[in-house]
Structures are given as C-alpha cells and as structure tokens.
Design a protein around this ligand. Structure first.
Ligand SMILES: NC(=O)c1ccc[n+]([C@@H]2O[C@H](COP(=O)([O-])OP(=O)(O)OC[C@H]3O[C@@H](n4cnc5c(N)ncnc54)[C@H](OP(=O)(O)O)[C@@H]3O)[C@@H](O)[C@H]2O)c1
Length: 339
C-alpha cells in the first residue's frame, strides 16, 4: 500500500481516541498525521505511533494538505468540514449521519459493499454503529436466501453517545451507590442502573431517528430497497459495545445450522455460539475486538422461514473508527484517492 497523509477531526473524542489506537495497531501507512478538535483542545498533545502531535483547528489549509480527512466530531461539524475537505482535494470519510442518505455519497462497510466506493465524489459515509454489525450479519445470508424482514432490539452502550455520556454514567453510578443525588445532562433520564428505550429524537411515526436509520441505511448498503426493518433501540448502562437481538425472516426456509455455516465463512464475523457452555456474544467480550460476534442462533418460533440471533460489536471500532480506516485502506489499494 502507498503512503498517505491524514487528518483526524475529533481526535480528542471517544471515537477519535480509538482512531489513534487503530492507526498504530494496523501500522496504517500515514506519512503525516494531523489531529484536530475544537478550540478547547487546540495545543493539547496526543501520542500516536510514538510521536507527540499537537491538536490543531481543521482549517481549509490543513484540509488541503491531506489525502484523507477522517471526521468524527458531530453532524454540524461534518456538514461544514466534509464538503470543504472534498473541495480541497481530500477524501472525507465521515462518521456522522450528515451525508449517509445522499445519493452521491457512498455509505460503506467494506466487507458488504466496498464496490460502492467506485465513483465517489470526495465524501464517503460510514453507517450508524447499530447498522454496521447488522448488515455484516445479514449480507452473506441475503446472498443465499433473500431477507424479507428484520425485527431488531438493540442494547446500546453509552459511548455510542460519546465521551461525555461515559463520564456521566460513571459519575451517576458513584452517586447512586453512595446515596447522593443523581443528575442527568446527556440523557433525559438517569442511565446508571437503568435502561432508556430512547436513542435519538422521536419521529412522528413513533420510531426514533436511530430506529429509522437502521431501516434506511440497511436498505442503501445492501441495495435491497424492499427489506423491512422494525427496530427498538435501547440505551443500556454498558461502557463499550452495542448488542442486538435480531429476528430475520427469509424468503425460503433456512435452518440454524445453515446460518451458522454461512456466517462461519463471512468476513468480519466471529461465531460465539455454544449456549450449553454459557458461550454467547457479550459486550465485554466484543470490547476491543474487530469482529462482530454472533451467537444464540436458533429458529424463530413466530416468523415464517425465521431465524433469531444475538450479536455484539465494539461501537467505537467496527461501529466507527475501524470501519473508516478499512475504507481508506481499500481506497488506497484500489487507487481511489483524489490527489
Ligand atoms: N461513538 C460512537 O460509537 C459512534 C459510532 C459511529 C459514529 N459516531 C459518530 O462519530 C462522531 C464522534 O462521536 P464521539 O462519540 O467520538 O463524540 P465525542 O466523544 O463527543 O467527541 C467529539 C469530538 O469532536 C470534537 N469537536 C467538537 N467540536 C468540534 C469542532 N468545531 N471542530 C472540530 N472538532 C470538534 C471534540 O473536540 P473537543 O474535545 O475539543 O471538544 C471531540 O474530539 C459523531 O458524529 C458520531 O455520530 C460515533
């Protein structure tokens, strides 16, 4: 692979911290690394690949000097900086929802639809961190037996909301255990020792934005506009890794054994499925791992041609930073850079 120059925007955040770790772990071929965050963090020094790098503002000049701008800040920041990066000749790989559903922006999980990177116009989006593991499990099955509908219930960690949410859960836990007053700022209610059936704002149809993303992004990534997804997204007091209970209805009959066999050979999936020995995916096992862990595979008793399964995936790695870095690696391999 050739070398490239990169900027990580949001380097001080929950996803940003993991970006730095993965760049180091994979020895990502970056000849120059620029780290950006808000004005609050300018001048801070962060360590990457044995080097101390000072945090800067993501100016147009800086964006004109990099091949890739990995943007993991906020939707508002992405809306401003991704087009600027693209205009200045970089490829913006964006973690926010700002551009995911735009027709000319590829929404990519390399194991599922890497070919969608062809013809990109300078902005590539990654999916929401609940959609990524879902499509990774669904796509290899869909290729054998078309998926008709999916019912998914998620158990999402607090780092899905960012570093501040993790601090809030930890502080609330201490306060609750010490009998002090618990206050909530990031979420509308206490998250410690609680679950919230509420991830992102509600739509008029009663679903939340996160739940609608699971349907809309799944359809776009899998090129399957007729798949129906009904999701209930729930925030749980877990630090890292999202889990999902997934019930899938296929077009034709399929056995749990066939599902296991297909998923055993699928890229980025690890079967963790021996319930008799208490072996199944759990967020603490997925934390720090690159693969999506899948288990509890069984026939669905309520759906025709249905299979039920359970998965866990590190939302900061495959759900965010790792997926972005894999996209950049694939673009380099296939000569899809713009400079
Ligand atoms: N967390 C996940 O699991 C996950 C998964 C998929 C996608 N995403 C997306 O990834 C993005 C980052 O999420 P996160 O969880 O890492 O959030 P976070 O922990 O709140 O971090 C936000 C980062 O954005 C930086 N930032 C804020 N304003 C900025 C500005 N004006 N210019 C440049 N940088 C700015 C912050 O810098 P300061 O430290 O200086 O404030 C911080 O580094 C979001 O768009 C999110 O939707 C997150």
């Amino acid at each position: 692979m050739n070398e490239c120059s990169i900027a990580i925007v949001g380097a001080t955040g929950a996803v940003g911290e993991v970006f730095l770790r993965i760049v180091e772990e994979r020895d990502f071929p970056a000849r120059s690394i620029r780290l950006c965050a808000s004005e609050r963090s300018v001048g801070k020094r962060l360590r990457v690949k044995g080097e101390e790098i000072e945090v800067e503002l993501a100016t147009p000049k800086l964006l004109s000097e990099v091949d890739f701008a990995f943007i993991a800040a906020s939707t508002a920041v992405s809306r401003e900086l991704a087009p600027l990066a693209a205009k200045n000749g970089a490829v913006a790989i964006d973690d926010s929802s700002a551009f995911r559903m735009e027709a000319d922006v590829p929404l990519v999980v390399p194991e599922v639809n890497g070919e969608d990177l062809d013809g990109h116009r300078g902005i590539v989006s990654i999916p929401n961190c609940t959609t990524t593991p879902l499509v990774m499990a669904l796509k290899p099955l869909h290729e054998q037996n078309a998926v008709r509908r999916v019912i998914a219930s998620t158990y999402q960690s607090v780092t899905g909301t960012g570093a501040a949410a993790r601090r809030e859960m930890e502080e609330q836990s201490r306060a609750a255990l010490e009998g002090r007053k618990v206050s909530a700022e990031v979420y509308p209610h206490q998250i410690a020792f609680n679950v919230l059936p509420h991830v992102e704002p509600f739509w008029e149809n009663g679903y939340t934005n996160e739940e609608m993303k699971m349907q809309n992004e799944t359809r776009k990534i899998m090129h399957a506009p007729n798949i129906r997804v009904s999701a209930t997204c729930v925030r749980v007091p877990v630090a890292i890794s999202h889990s999902e209970a997934v019930n899938v209805e296929f077009s034709e009959p399929i056995s749990p054994g066939e599902v296991r066999e297909i998923l055993a050979g699928a890229a980025g999936i690890r079967l963790v499925d021996d319930p008799q020995s208490n072996v199944y995916p759990m967020p603490i096992e997925a934390d720090g791992e690159d693969e999506v862990l899948v288990g509890r595979i069984r026939s669905d008793l309520a759906l025709d041609n249905g299979v039920a399964m359970w998965l866990s995936c590190d939302n900061l790695r495959k759900g965010a930073a790792l997926n972005s870095i894999q996209i950049a690696e694939e673009m380099m391999e296939r000569g899809l850079l713009r400079r």
